[in-house]
Design a protein. Structure first.
Ligand SMILES: *Cc1c(COP(=O)(O)O)cnc(C)c1O
Length: 393
């Protein structure tokens, strides 16, 4: 029987739940795009974004998704013929490498599979072997949204430093900003890309590239193939219009401002803690489910599990009916698998952004009910374990 006539709950790993305050902020007439409120507000968006990612560097806002930001970052600091080192822990690393290849860059994949993190020692030895410094950049993913894995970016930086290699460190933080601890300058990240529709809680359509002085200097000497992605005219924009290489994404800006108001009032440390508690609560439930039956964690090592997304597998079991049951009967949308051979033999729970205990516990209870309704074997005690984590927080 369909019981789904309340508010739908969205727990896919992007896009994520859009707060009412963000939707309401976007519901307004068109603003003046040349001067006044919009211009001042945008300046405050840049400032707050830099605060939450921990950088004194520059940020460019593009009207695009994360894939656009991938291309924007590469086209400013690399050129056709350049080599990069791409430690891979899931499908997003491969996606970014593929895009690089299509731009004439030569990415070298260092494969770590789909369920374990980057081994910094292997990165260090590969960089040490590159004595002529042909590798211009190391391209890494912070949280891999397909595998549910979080890479240790400071350890990667330390490996690059230990090798004494000058390559730039480029990090994909599309899934992690606003969910997982990230400190751009302290961690020595040269270029970081993210987008607005995950931890930043805004409808898809804005993406950001952050860069430090080192990357900014390299960008000034990179022969540019794309005027649209070029950082230069946007950083030194004389008019507001130039910041976006055209019309500003007016309503997205109002939405992003409202989302940042929520973020700034909660405080980024609290946000990281809240995501950690929810991830642990979900993991506690999943440990119990996995104690009997086909479900298991893709990431075995709890220290390598993301606080933004959890990937559960079930070899040989089609999980599409479970996702469908949750969505159609109960109004809970879960993520399907990406980057695995069978799309259906597992599912992903996104736990990014605008979430509280009733949403998380309600989602877990709904999945638990779905397992029971579909007679999928699973261990007992998931809900008690999940609520205990919330109680202990
Ligand atoms: C979502 C995501 C992307 C892609 O972002 P789009 O906006 O879908 O282009 C890239 N990298 C990671 C880690 C992501 O989670």
């Amino acid at each position: 029987m369909a019981l789904s006539f309340g508010r739908d709950i969205f727990m896919t790993p992007g896009p994520s739940v859009i707060p009412d305050a963000v939707l309401n902020a976007m519901h307004r007439p068109a603003p003046n795009i040349y001067e006044g409120e919009l211009v001042d507000m945008t300046t405050s968006i840049f400032a707050d974004l830099k605060t939450i990612v921990g950088t004194k560097g520059d940020v460019i806002m593009y009207i695009c998704n994360g894939h656009g930001a991938w291309e924007a970052a590469l086209s400013n600091v690399l050129q056709p013929g350049d080599k990069t080192l791409n430690p891979a822990t899931g499908s997003f690393a491969h996606g970014w490498a593929e895009l690089a290849k299509n731009m004439g860059i030569f990415p070298e994949i260092l494969e770590f599979g789909k369920s374990s993190a980057i081994d910094p020692n292997q990165v260090e030895s590969r960089l040490r072997a590159d004595t002529s410094h042909e590798i211009k950049a190391v391209m890494a993913t912070h949280t891999d949204t397909s595998s549910g894995l979080r890479n240790d970016i400071p350890a990667l930086r330390a490996a690059m430093d230990a090798a004494g290699h000058p390559a730039l460190l480029l990090v994909d933080c599309v899934a992690s900003i606003g969910c997982e601890r990230f400190e751009m300058d302290n961690w020595g990240v040269d270029v970081m890309v993210t987008a607005c529709q995950k931890g930043l809680m805004t409808p898809p359509g804005l993406a950001y590239v952050f860069f430090n002085d080192k990357a900014g200097k390299i960008a000034t000497t990179t022969p540019k193939t794309s005027p649209y992605w070029d950082w230069a005219p946007r950083v030194k924009a004389e008019y507001f219009y130039h910041r976006f290489f055209g019309t500003a994404p007016t309503h997205h800006l109002f939405g992003q401002r409202a989302a940042l108001d929520i973020i700034m009032s909660e405080g980024i440390e609290n946000i990281w803690n809240r995501h950690r508690v929810f991830a642990h609560s979900i993991a506690a439930a999943a440990e119990k489910w996995a104690s009997d039956g086909p479900l298991y964690f893709n990431i075995k090592n709890p220290a390598q599990r993301s606080n933004a997304v959890t990937t559960l597998l079930a070899d040989g079991l089609d999980c599409a009916p479970l996702r469908q049951w949750c969505e159609d009967q109960s109004g809970l949308t879960l993520g399907l698998l990406i980057g695995f051979d069978a799309f259906t033999s597992g599912f992903r729970i996104g736990h990014m952004g605008h979430l509280n205990p009733p949403m998380v516990l309600g989602a877990l209870a709904t999945i638990d009910a779905g397992l029971k309704a579909l007679n999928i074997p699973h261990g007992d005690g998931a809900l008690a374990a999940a609520s205990q984590v919330i109680a202990n927080s």
